[in-house]
Unconditional design. Structure first.
Length: 119
């Protein structure tokens, strides 16, 4: 489980969803565009709800570890859609870069090195 931290608010969701949201936020920020994403989570009583988050150049979003939860939301369709949107705004380099599950050297480099702009 991961928290998507947005301002003073935290939304707990699955690792895959949080990482896809982070990659999409990075791509949107780099391209100066915005979008709204619905993140599946649970309310204080454990009922499934969604949180709508505005992502864009001014968004300050981070992902941090959360306690494991047996009710971790799985939404492969949402992850796939966020990957598609990330690629569509030219953020393909962020798709694997945000994944903390990837030990590939290129993914690690993309997580830690700033983008190189070619003029």
């Amino acid at each position: 489980m991961k928290f998507v931290v947005y301002g003073e608010n935290r939304v707990m969701t699955s690792d895959a969803i949080a990482e896809a949201v982070l990659a999409y936020a990075a791509a949107l920020g780099e391209n100066g565009t915005t979008d709204i994403v619905e993140i599946p989570t649970a309310d204080d009583d454990g009922f499934g709800v969604t949180a709508e988050v505005l992502l864009g150049p001014a968004s300050q979003v981070m992902v941090e570890s959360a306690p494991d939860d047996e009710l971790e939301p799985e939404d492969d369709d949402l992850v796939n859609e966020l990957v598609r949107r990330t690629a569509a705004v030219g953020g393909g380099r962020f798709i694997d870069a945000a994944s903390s599950h990837s030990a590939e050297p290129e993914a690690k480099r993309l997580r830690t090195d700033p983008p190189v702009h070619e003029d």
